[in-house]
Design a protein around this ligand. Structure first.
Ligand SMILES: C[S@@+](CC[C@H](N)C(=O)[O-])C[C@H]1O[C@@H](n2cnc3c(N)ncnc32)[C@H](O)[C@@H]1O
Length: 276
């Protein structure tokens, strides 16, 4: 399996839901691709990205999800503690800021490559509820041998009233934070309480997977939280990473002809931590 093949089906569905004729849709998607590129470049200056438009979500899934999913898969492959976790019969994963499905898809790819089929329950914790549209029937696209389920927790980490009622996901075995802390860095003064609460309430032995842009301000925030809350960093690194050769861009079909190339290379910092 490669991610681009699954993404193509998700994109077909997402494309059909965008109103207008083909020319109109394509023009709006191109604008959304440009919008995301510009806003990500301004993240550390406080830009806040709005994913509520169907065209923006399409653009995000098209450009970023395969790259991020492959980063997740390759980080799991090289860490024995996370690999061992998926030898259990049941695994609970909380994907913080995981609405677009990249974290989930990366884990699914790992399971498929390694022929592991535990029952995995994913909770996608994200403030943008409409992401759920894209992934609600993904289990129909994959071999039923893989017993996975996804559910959404619609929470905004900067709004205490929003996140406080949810506590069950603290019992997760793995927490993923993929390109999430950079997204809320400019609201750190509002989001810090959420992270303090999450890191302190996570159960002993639970694992944390953090991947983000390779900037000190992003990973040092994670490192500070880990230090304060007894999360032992068991692996870490910074550097460049490229899509593996099994991901064939042509699997994106017509979209690859119409739109600019999806993300192929990433300059990342990663951390794998375990609650003591
Ligand atoms: C750059 S995307 C990363 C998504 C995914 N983890 C990935 O790697 O592709 C950031 C995600 O954070 C979500 N998000 C942004 N601000 C948020 C907030 N205050 N609370 C919860 N989720 C938020 C967005 O809706 C989006 O899904």
């Amino acid at each position: 399996m490669n991610c681009f093949q699954i993404i193509k089906s998700v994109l077909d569905e997402a494309y059909s839901q965008i109103p207008g004729d083909e020319a109109q849709k394509d023009s709006e998607i191109k604008d959304a691709l440009e919008y995301l590129r510009n806003e990500y470049a301004r993240l550390s200056n406080g830009s806040i990205i709005d994913y509520s438009f169907a065209t923006t979500r399409f653009a995000y899934i098209y450009v970023y999800v395969t790259s991020h999913a492959n980063l997740v898969c390759s980080m799991i492959q090289k860490n024995q503690d996370i690999c061992n976790l998926f030898d259990n019969q049941k695994v609970n994963v909380a994907c913080i800021g995981g609405g677009p499905g990249s974290d989930f898809l990366g884990i699914l790819k790992y399971l498929m490559i390694n022929q592991k089929s535990p029952t995995v329950k994913f909770q996608l914790c994200d403030k943008e509820k409409t992401w759920a549209e894209s992934w609600s029937d993904v289990d129909n696209m994959i071999d039923p041998e893989f017993r996975i389920s996804t559910s959404y927790l619609p929470l905004d980490v900067t709004e205490q009233d929003d996140w406080k009622p949810y506590t069950k996901y603290f019992q997760s075995d793995l927490f993923t934070m993929i390109y999430f802390m950079s997204e809320v860095l400019s609201l750190r003064h509002l989001a810090n309480e959420y992270f303090d609460n999450l890191f302190s309430q996570a159960k002993p032995k639970s694992l944390f997977l953090f991947i983000d842009n390779n900037h000190h301000q992003f990973y040092s925030w994670f490192d500070d939280l880990a230090k304060t809350h007894n999360i032992k960093i068991i692996d870490k690194g910074e550097g460049s990473n490229s899509l593996p050769s099994d991901e064939e861009k042509l699997d994106l079909g017509i979209y690859f002809q119409k739109f600019s190339s999806p993300k192929i290379r990433a300059n990342i910092a990663y951390r794998i931590g375990q609650k003591e």
